[in-house]
Design a protein around this ligand. Sequence first.
Ligand code: HEC
Length: 111
Amino acid sequence: MKYLIIAIPIVMMVACTNNTPPPVAYMEAQNHRSIVMDTGKILFEAKCATCHGSDGTAGIGNAANLKTSQLDSIAITDRIRNGKNGMPAFKGKLSDAEIHKLENYAYRLRK
Ligand code: HEC
């Protein structure tokens, strides 16, 4: 009986250390990233691809090439919110969360 009381925690410890799952924070970060990317893609196809094309290079109506764009994320967010020349302003039409997802997606089209 004495041995069993000592043996059970040891077996449990070994079982746990041999099968360590990835840290929860890491898993949540991965999930968050894929949700942001998926929503960004859907929004981009619906709101942006008509001018920029799915890959950002179509240039319809002088739409800037998003693959070669040099703008940082702050400038991209500003452009989506306020527009410029042929680029429509999306402030009031899209939520801040949606604009954030689009900015993230537009930025990643470069790779
Ligand atoms: C009606 C056509 C049209 C639509 C729809 C459109 N854009 Fe644009 N976009 C443009 C044009 C034209 C420019 C170039 C503006 C300029 O600098 O003269 C531009 C520029 C940009 C730029 C700046 C790139 C750079 O380097 O200057 C970003 C970022 C951008 N668009 C993202 C988006 C996103 C994201 C969406 C969808 C929410 C979108 N656009 C929808 C026409 C469009």
